[in-house]
Design a protein around this ligand. Structure first.
Ligand SMILES: *Cc1c(COP(=O)(O)O)cnc(C)c1O
Ligand SMILES: [Zn+2]
Length: 558
């Protein structure tokens, strides 16, 4: 597979480095993956026929070198459901619902999370930051849990408690910002910068746009299955179908950007000959793109204080995404439209009653937009329409959590509701974390064991974790870094855990560092004797639950 990351500003092409967020030549954050389409066209789509219908079916067109099957949760491959009743109601016989509720965490953000986390894992990232209106953080958390990546999720206080608890349930640290979503993004960026952590950049994240593309590929394949091959198809040159419209509720607009790119690539491959009209829908109370488009503006006027109850769609300042999306909407003869919260709730209810599909309010916005465009005669009765339907939240049991599972950052001053001036944003960050985390060194010669322990530690506490893969490295690392705790495997080739202990105990600088031995095998009486007085705790691998282990770690670090 051959692809490069192309800078949208200076045109520089670089190999993909998942943890780098800038063009190496001009520092721009706006880049996209570019594939050798002539090469891909040779094998695609013949090759994919035998593959399962999921997101990885399109791996030639995804920026992951070695997709790791152990990170998967069944992403992609969601059904395209014909909405017969709603279609009859609207006089729209070819109405389809792309049912993204059926992803692993019930929103189309699962695609983004699956591809992004796979890339970050390949890039060796172990800790990251993301700002979210809810669903991105839920999806990233689920995949991060599997990959052994710690996520700091910055969400606004408007995000419903059930969603915040779901993020926490997956072991991410929720940081609740009482302020706008745009402010939460700024704080998250500053936090990531201060700590040198990877930060999810929304629509500027190459992997996010690439992931959203797969919606287009699936829709084209599924429509072809539903309606038969498009005109001009032969056995040797298949033709896929394109809908006339793609409708989605938007916040930052990443979904449609990716879907557009997906259809564009199918056209480059000769599988389709046109791109559907794009119809991004916003809530009236936060519709910067719609208002700016209707005014004919080239740049979006931000909405400073969004007034919608549909917090999922609360991006007030779309920045450059608007410029890109506007071009695509205009080029495809699409439209931007907005609807009221009330219309969205009503549409949600209609959808549930007519089609048996219960979605979250953000998807109600998409359906209310559909109703409006049909009524206005912009969508014609003969058009084939696909609506992205997503989001259906898992209510995480509130009693699972004790106190303190969120960290609160209130940007308002005592008496008033107005947003805090910018300088307040940064000092507010100090409340999020202490300056120094307890440091833990994990010593184990197997990567899976190190990953498991790292995951247990990062899922519920703030630790600075370092790893040693053999005994010699362990002695060097512990002597140099003097961690607050060492978690030590016994059975390692050459310098084993016993030898590491002897070395640490005989050096006065490291003699008092507490050590937990985590071992896979039953110890002999003699071996137990050798550990006597040398270590603080002995745990059998596979025999402790994560909370027991954490208890032990906490008691030793205190
Ligand atoms: C994220 C999200 C949106 C907005 O998507 P963007 O393409 O990022 O603007 C809409 N609806 C739901 C349910 C979402 O989770
Ligand atoms: Zn550049």
């Amino acid at each position: 597979m051959t692809f490069v990351i192309r800078c949208l500003d200076c045109g520089h092409a670089a190999p993909f480095n998942p943890s780098s967020m800038h063009c190496p030549q001009c520092n721009s954050q706006w880049r996209e993956a570019e594939y050798d389409m002539a090469e891909v066209a040779k094998t695609f789509p013949a090759e994919i026929k035998e593959r399962p219908f999921d997101l990885w079916r399109y791996q030639e067109l995804l920026p992951i070198r070695n997709p790791n099957p152990t990170l998967r949760l069944g992403e992609g491959g969601t059904p395209l459901i014909q909405a017969v009743n709603l279609g009859m109601m609207l006089g729209l016989p070819n109405l389809y619902i792309k049912d993204e509720r059926q992803g692993p965490t019930s929103s189309f953000k699962d695609r983004q999370a699956a591809v992004t986390i796979a890339a970050l894992k390949e890039g060796g990232v172990t800790e990251m930051v993301a700002a979210s209106t809810g669903n991105v953080a839920i999806a990233l958390s689920a995949y991060a849990a599997r990959a052994g990546i710690k996520l700091w999720a910055f969400v606004t206080s408007l995000v419903p408690g059930v969603k915040m608890r779901e993020i926490a349930l997956y072991g991410s640290q929720v940081v609740k910002i009482t302020g706008s979503y745009d402010q939460a993004k700024q704080i998250a960026a500053e936090f990531a910068r201060q700590r040198g952590l990877y930060q999810d950049m929304g629509a500027r994240t190459v992997t996010a746009v690439e992931a959203m593309k797969t919606l287009a590929y699936e829709i084209a394949e599924q429509l072809t299955m539903a309606q038969g091959p498009a005109a001009g198809a032969t056995k040797d040159s298949p033709k896929w179908r394109t809908p006339d419209w793609y409708i989605q509720a938007i916040s930052g607009g990443m979904g449609p950007l990716g879907v557009y790119k997906g259809f564009k690539e199918l056209r480059q491959l000769g599988l389709i000959d046109r791109i559907p009209a794009m119809a991004p829908i916003q809530a009236d109370g936060c519709a910067p793109m719609v208002l700016s488009w209707k005014k004919g503006l080239e740049k979006a006027e931000p909405v400073l204080s969004p007034k919608t109850r549909i917090e999922t769609l609360a991006t007030g300042d779309p920045g450059r995404t608007y410029v890109m999306l506007r071009k695509q909407v205009n080029e495809t003869n699409g439209v931007f439209e907005s609807v009221s919260d009330e219309d969205a709730f009503r549409a949600m209810h209609v959808l549930a009653k007519m089609e048996g599909i219960s979605a979250e309010p953000a998807s109600g916005v998409a359906f209310a937009g559909l109703f409006k465009l049909v009524r206005a005669g912009i969508i014609k009765p003969t058009d084939t329409v696909v609506v992205n339907c997503t989001g259906h939240t898992m209510p995480a049991e509130q009693f699972l959590f004790g106190e303190g599972w969120t960290r609160d950052v209130d940007l308002r001053t005592k008496q008033e509701q107005a947003p805090t001036p910018q300088e307040g944003l940064l000092s507010a960050l100090n409340n999020v974390t202490p300056n120094r985390f307890p440091r833990v060194t994990v010593v184990d010669d197997t990567a899976e064991a190190r990953r498991l322990i790292r995951r247990i530690l990062q899922s519920q506490g703030d630790f600075e974790i370092s790893e040693a893969t053999n005994g010699r490295e362990a002695i060097e690392l512990v002597t140099k870094e003097r961690p607050d705790l060492v978690i030590l495997d016994l059975m390692m080739p050459e310098v084993d855990g016993f030898a590491v202990l002897d070395a640490l105990r005989s050096n006065p600088e490291t003699a008092n560092i507490p050590v937990i031995v985590a071992t896979a095998k039953e110890l002999t009486v003699d071996e137990k004797g050798r550990l006597q007085g040398q270590i603080q705790s002995l745990m059998m691998k596979g025999d402790f639950l994560n909370d027991e282990f954490l208890e032990e770690v906490r008691s030793l670090i205190r």
